[in-house]
Design a protein. Structure first.
Length: 255
């Protein structure tokens, strides 16, 4: 009976010890980071504050690194939940809890915060689509418009390049012309501006129509072969076409 009791006691101690080990490895409360702030896009030489929220647990402080894997020497002199950095290039910073029983633990989480050197494209004032009628007697219109302009938070000047279309003040042909511009800042961020200029042909073709013709019938016929001439029509745009929609062609027999 004692042997059985001893055997049961040993099993209970072994199981109890196993549960304790799973609940808290090495009896160390590891640091936990619950929230980060400060990451994003910034201008050159802008000062940025990076901040974390969390619980150190049994660690002694927070270590910040100028890389994404919490490797090497920390860049902060004291354990703090925030640091200030100067933006000179895109950098992935990282932070983790160090000291105390947290050192040497593989389960200590390394959290990244990315600071990006301006990836925001310029804001652009892009013209609306334009529609005008062709000028009298020609198949185009001289169109003037204000070219797009751009501003950027991180660049004093932006570069505007025309990719497609004509210049303001040019002769725009009847039809649709696409205007396309690229607006870039000094870091290569780009905004595209596109609009159309449509020139409408509202002028009717002109034609000189012959006067009414009256002839006698051909001898022995109930009608006559009649020839007539119509001058070619004219129009402000090429491609005008003339076709007979009613009646007979010149040179046919007219009843």
């Amino acid at each position: 009976m004692k042997r059985n009791l001893l055997f049961v006691s040993l099993i209970m101690v072994f199981i109890s010890s196993g549960i304790y080990a799973q609940g808290n490895s090495n009896n160390c409360e590891l640091p936990v980071i619950t929230e980060t702030s400060g990451g994003g896009s910034y201008c050159l030489d802008e000062e940025v504050t990076l901040t974390i929220s969390g619980d150190l647990g049994d660690a002694e402080g927070w270590a910040w690194y100028a890389n994404g894997d919490c490797d090497g020497d920390p860049i902060n002199d004291q354990s703090t939940t925030s640091i200030s950095v100067m933006v000179t290039e895109t950098t992935v910073y990282s932070v983790k809890g160090i000291g105390g029983c947290a050192d040497g633990e593989d389960d200590v989480v390394c959290v990244q915060i990315e600071v990006i050197l301006d990836n925001v494209p310029p804001e652009v004032d892009c013209p609306a689509d334009i529609s005008e009628e062709a000028e009298d007697g020609v198949c185009y219109a001289v169109v003037n418009f204000v070219e797009p302009t751009g501003t950027d938070d991180c660049s004093e000047e932006v570069t505007i390049t025309k990719l497609e279309g004509l210049e303001s003040g040019d002769q725009f042909p009847v039809g649709l012309t696409s205007q396309k511009y690229s607006i870039t800042d000094e870091y290569g961020n780009e905004t595209i501006c596109e609009f159309t200029i449509t020139v409408l042909d509202t002028q009717d073709p002109e034609i000189v129509c012959p006067e009414n013709i009256e002839v006698k019938n051909d001898p022995g016929e109930c009608g006559a072969v009649v020839e007539y001439k119509i001058d070619d029509p004219s129009d402000n745009c090429p491609g005008v076409e003339m076709k007979l929609t009613e009646g007979l062609e010149s040179g046919e027999f007219f009843p």
